[in-house]
Ligand binder design. Structure first.
Ligand code: URA
Length: 288
């Protein structure tokens, strides 16, 4: 790596940093480039909830990448490796997680770890941001108000909550429902990647910008992230199952955002219709 940056690249980087500063974002980082990843797949971390869903549209193209974690983590053999029964494999991942103290969330008031729920062989998986108060109490993702809306979205797709698998990027409740921080996401997301690699869904739907940017390692506004499929292969999955081609990933609004701005529900429905078409699902009829 040259120690002196090409002046054009330096200018472009300075411009981008200035742009983020104008948005009030000062904390961002880049994942280590590994095979298949474009170096511009920078991650963005923001503590500003109002930026979490709708960042202003930019002209730059969205970069589709595979999210990869720390390369050493990826290469370490996992207990579930070689286990073909997804129920048993998920159990092993849960056991590996244990009474997790890997990040600071364990000492910030979490009641319990919220691992994931649903059909271990689901064709469709939803990934949220992190547990809220209700989820922390009940130990299950999406059981509060946002969860009720997610249930309705799933029902409208002509399927049941029990048919899908639901998990979050972080498995412990961030205090006051703040956005999970970069280190927390980085520590926890390898477990999510392993869950995805075990369930092997045909489609993963990232709920909201935090989920999308952690899964895809893409820094882009929701307006650019939505409306298309990404080819997605969780970190480490290639070696665990060469026969699995990976999954399609779609991005839609987080149900909590839709509760705050119900006018966007139509847009979210468009995203879900795209997923339904891919999976051959028929929407729930009004009389059903
Ligand atoms: N919001 C999330 O992102 N996940 C949950 O489980 C609940 C609310």
């Amino acid at each position: 790596m040259p120690s002196v940056l090409d002046p054009q690249l330096r200018r472009a980087l300075a411009e981008r940093v200035r742009y983020y500063h104008e948005l009030g974002i000062y904390d961002f980082y880049r994942r280590e480039p590994v095979a298949g990843i474009r170096p511009e797949s920078a991650l963005l971390s923001t503590s500003q909830p109002e930026l979490r869903e709708e960042m202003p549209a930019r002209k730059s193209a969205v970069v589709a990448t595979v999210a990869e974690g720390n390369i050493f983590q990826v290469l370490t053999p996992k207990p579930e490796q070689g286990i073909t029964d997804p129920v048993a494999a998920l159990k092993l991942i849960r056991e590996d997680l244990g009474d997790c103290t890997r990040c600071k969330l364990h000492k910030q008031g979490r009641k319990q770890i919220v691992f994931g729920v649903g059909n271990p062989r689901a064709e469709l998986m939803f990934v949220g941001e992190g547990p809220g108060a209700d989820e922390d109490t009940q130990g299950e993702p999406f059981v509060g108000r946002a969860g009720q809306l997610l249930n309705n979205m799933i029902k409208a797709m002509g399927i049941r909550r029990e048919d899908v698998y639901i998990a979050n990027v972080v498995k412990c409740r961030p205090p006051g429902n703040r956005t999970p921080e970069r280190d927390e996401c980085e520590t926890c997301s390898p477990f999510l990647m392993r869950q995805i690699a075990v369930v092997k869904p045909k489609v993963v739907v990232a709920l909201g910008a935090v989920s999308a940017k952690n899964l895809l390692a893409i820094n882009a506004p929701m307006s650019e992230l939505r409306g298309r499929f990404y080819d997605f292969m969780p970190a480490g999955a290639r070696s665990s199952d060469p026969s699995w081609p990976g999954t399609k990933l779609a991005v839609t609004y987080h149900p909590a955002f839709l509760l705050r701005d119900p006018r966007q529900k139509g847009e979210a429905w468009k995203d879900l219709q795209m997923v339904m078409k891919f999976l051959g699902l028929q929407p729930l009829q009004k009389s059903e």
